[in-house]
Design a protein around this ligand. Structure first.
Ligand SMILES: C[S@@+](CC[C@H](N)C(=O)[O-])C[C@H]1O[C@@H](n2cnc3c(N)ncnc32)[C@H](O)[C@@H]1O
Length: 251
């Protein structure tokens, strides 16, 4: 697995064997959920992100999980936003949900976008040497709140929460959540987010963790350890998917 330090705008490249995974998900997206590809492509354009082979399946699963929480009350949150692709998908799917239910449209109300907007916090031992290297290379720093607001211009009522997890979580209003996406890559902020958000989920609410990692995951080993530790210490099971996401469901 390599990271092109000359191009810090982009997410890490995968091993070439990952790039050769069969495109079964493309067919699924088209037949099972037609708006997905169009929204995903628009999101890629707005955020100027590369379409890495694992990105689409992870985000496809993410929006399927969001759909499972349809009709529940509570806010939505995206912890780890970078340029806003995941939130762009979440808000577009909330818009589809609202308009299907006869509402006039969704403008981002009740959606919280939490990030330093300055890259990763410092990795700890659980995150491994590669994460430390990426942090040193200032991965994910090529963004800004202004840029994210432009990506999210169709949803002017979203709330940007800028700062470092966990401290910044005290700035988020005390409230319940129906759906939370955690994509902060590292051990400590993933664990902090799980401790913060899981108790605030409504029954039936879902947390999706982006970086659990399915295959040869040396990339963000700390995230997987955080998920396993949270599950063990709280006796709450999680499901892992071959797309790389893991999911907690509030029972
Ligand atoms: C993989 S990127 C998120 C990608 C995003 N979900 C998308 O759709 O493109 C990881 C993000 O986590 C943020 N991050 C990592 N550690 C953080 C921390 N301790 N506090 C706040 N943000 C953090 C980084 O700034 C970065 O934007």
């Amino acid at each position: 697995m390599t990271f092109d330090s000359a191009n810090k705008d982009q997410r890490p490249n995968t091993e070439s064997s990952d790039a050769n995974l069969p495109d079964v998900y493309g067919a699924m997206c088209l037949t099972q959920d037609q708006p997905f590809l169009e929204i995903f492509q628009e999101g890629l354009q707005r955020t100027e992100m590369n379409n890495h082979p694992w990105l689409r399946p992870r985000f496809f699963h993410m929006v399927q999980m969001l759909k499972l929480t349809s009709g529940l009350t509570g806010a939505t949150a995206d912890a780890g936003c970078f340029r806003g692709l995941s939130s762009f998908l979440i808000c577009n799917y909330l818009n589809l949900e609202k308009t299907a239910n006869g509402a006039t449209g969704y403008h981002g109300q009740g959606h919280f976008m939490i990030d330093s907007y300055e890259g990763l916090s410092e990795p700890v031992a659980q995150d491994g040497a590669e994460s430390k290297q990426r942090w040193g290379e200032k991965a994910f720093t090529n963004t800004s709140v202004e840029r994210v607001l432009q990506t999210m211009k169709d949803f002017p009522e979203i709330k940007i929460v800028q700062g470092w997890i966990p401290d910044v979580l005290s700035e988020v209003p005390e409230q319940e959540y129906r759906f939370v996406h955690i994509d902060v890559d590292l051990y400590q902020p993933t664990l902090d987010c799980l401790h913060y958000f899981y108790p605030r989920l409504v029954h039936g609410g879902i947390i999706v963790i982006d970086d659990f990692g399915p295959w040869r995951n040396k990339k963000w080993p700390g995230c997987q350890q955080a998920v396993r530790l949270f599950s063990k210490e709280s006796s709450i099971p999680f499901a892992a998917f071959d797309s790389g996401n893991a999911v907690f469901f509030k029972r």
